[in-house]
Design a protein around this ligand. Structure first.
Ligand code: TRP
Length: 446
């Protein structure tokens, strides 16, 4: 078999991790979830989960990936050959394809917004009272076209191979996106609703912490860090032997959650300034952003640039999501990389079409009160990701030799990693137990 690729630089490994983590999850999903779940209370739970559960699980995925240098199935079966843990890999495959489906639809909206703003067609002035712009852009059959275009770009990058396509793109784009977000945050301070928006986001109202807020925040923490499906495991299998996993995980998590917070600081002041509702759901960010751009001098240019970067950030995330099923088809089913990529794209295309239609022609079709789009999102983010994370932390905490973790985090004793006991404790007890309790709580058993 061909030798596996390795990311060429340390910065490359961090940039690809951040490239996978930072995407629509931070800029689109975080504000919408925070808006629905009461702002400050949600942010608090989300932050706690990121650092208490997310970072340890991220470390566990990193160790499994780099230590075994294989895909999710391979990693579980190499570490516990006689047991059947690798079946959890199937959750990863199914959930990653579900996420890819609805994610491509939202990414498709960014393509549409980018192109419409570039041609001056994103009408800014006449939106008083509503969702006019958004509705006309995203309902009906047209979103399918944008979803297809997005998936086409995704497939194109994937066919270019791992190090060439992904690494090069992430190195440049992520820092640029970060700078642009900071600029918009500064602009946000000039809005009349700044105080109210910031209070909404940062002032936790503890009475708002309900089971659904807890589950939502847990799902969001996993979603945003690309955890639970073996995505980071797959990426870590491309890390070099000298990469310091603990540091990469911590820096990655800090950068990722700061992007989410920045995005909240951009969105909520605008929501209150323009008299919108924070509870709008998945469409929130796309309704709010055009208002912000309409207030800026040169709004058209800012808007085009922003949606372009958001589109590219989504691409670096979907590329990582696709890697989960692609490496599986390649390494376990012995498919060529090309066929594996095409198969994974074809499946997400079918799912994507269904999700795209669920804002228009299929909006009346619901299962358990959720449209197809929301159902795919709920099932994958709030159920599959935490289960995947629970299994992974339990597995690393209890089932494998402690020496494995130590070797991975100290580069076989070459340097010290003082937080190792804390990490082991967290993987053994805190992560599996907390996730389990949140599940019990959300189905009303606690
Ligand atoms: N973290 C990405 C975002 O915030 C989405 C993502 C990429 C993801 N790969 C993943 C989510 C794997 C879950 C699992 O946009």
């Amino acid at each position: 078999m061909k030798e596996r690729a390795v990311f060429t630089t340390k910065f490359g490994a961090l940039a690809t991790t951040v490239g996978s983590a930072v995407g629509l999850g931070n800029i689109w999903r975080f504000p919408y979830e925070a808006g629905v779940h009461g702002g400050g209370a949600f942010l608090l739970c989300y932050m706690l989960f990121v650092f208490l559960i997310g970072v340890p699980v991220l470390c566990a995925e990193f160790a499994m990936g780099r230590g075994t240098r294989s895909n999710v199935f391979g990693a579980y079966s190499k570490l516990a050959p006689r047991q059947k843990w690798q079946f959890t890999g199937y959750i990863g495959i199914v959930a990653s394809l579900l996420i890819l489906s609805f994610y491509s639809v939202v990414a498709g909206w960014t393509v549409e917004y980018c192109i419409s703003s570039a041609f001056g067609q994103l009408s800014f002035g006449d939106m008083a009272g509503g969702h006019g712009q958004f509705t006309s852009l995203t309902t009906g059959w047209r979103p399918i076209l944008w979803t297809v275009i997005f998936l086409f770009c995704n497939t194109f990058i994937l066919l270019g191979g791992v190090t060439k396509g992904i690494e090069r793109a992430s190195n440049i784009l992520m820092p640029m996106l970060f700078l642009l977000l900071i600029a918009f945050c500064i602009n946000s301070m000039t809005l009349p609703g700044f105080g109210e928006g910031v209070r909404f986001l940062f002032h936790p109202d503890f009475s708002k912490i309900t089971p659904s807020v807890l589950l939502g925040a847990l799902g969001q923490a996993f979603f945003s860090l690309s955890l639970g499906l073996g995505c980071m495991m797959t990426y870590a299998s491309y890390f070099s032997d000298t990469n310091r996993l603990g540091r990469t995980a911590a820096v990655g998590a800090v950068l990722d959650s700061s992007v989410a917070v920045l995005s909240g600081i951009i969105i909520f002041p605008a929501v209150f300034s323009f008299g919108l509702s924070p509870q709008a759901g998945p469409t929130l960010v796309f309704e709010v952003l055009p208002y912000i751009f309409s207030q800026l001098p040169g709004g058209m240019v800012w808007s085009t640039l922003f949606f372009l970067l958001l589109f590219l950030a989504s691409l670096t995330s979907t590329v990582s999501m696709s890697e989960i099923s692609i490496t599986f088809f390649c390494e376990e089913k012995r498919m060529s990389r090309r066929n594996a990529t095409l198969l994974s794209s074809a499946i997400s295309l079918c799912g994507g079409v269904l999700c795209a239609l669920s804002f228009g022609p299929l909006s009346g079709f619901t299962i358990g009160g959720l449209t197809i789009f929301n159902l795919f999102d709920y099932l994958s983010s709030n159920i599959c990701l935490p289960i995947g994370g629970m299994v992974c932390s339990f597995f690393v905490g209890w089932m494998i030799d402690k020496k494995f973790l130590r070797d991975q985090f100290t580069d076989y004793g070459r340097y010290r990693f003082v937080l190792l006991p804390l990490l082991t404790f967290s993987l053994k007890w805190i992560c599996p137990a907390a996730i389990f309790l949140i599940f019990l709580n959300s189905i009303g058993l606690l």
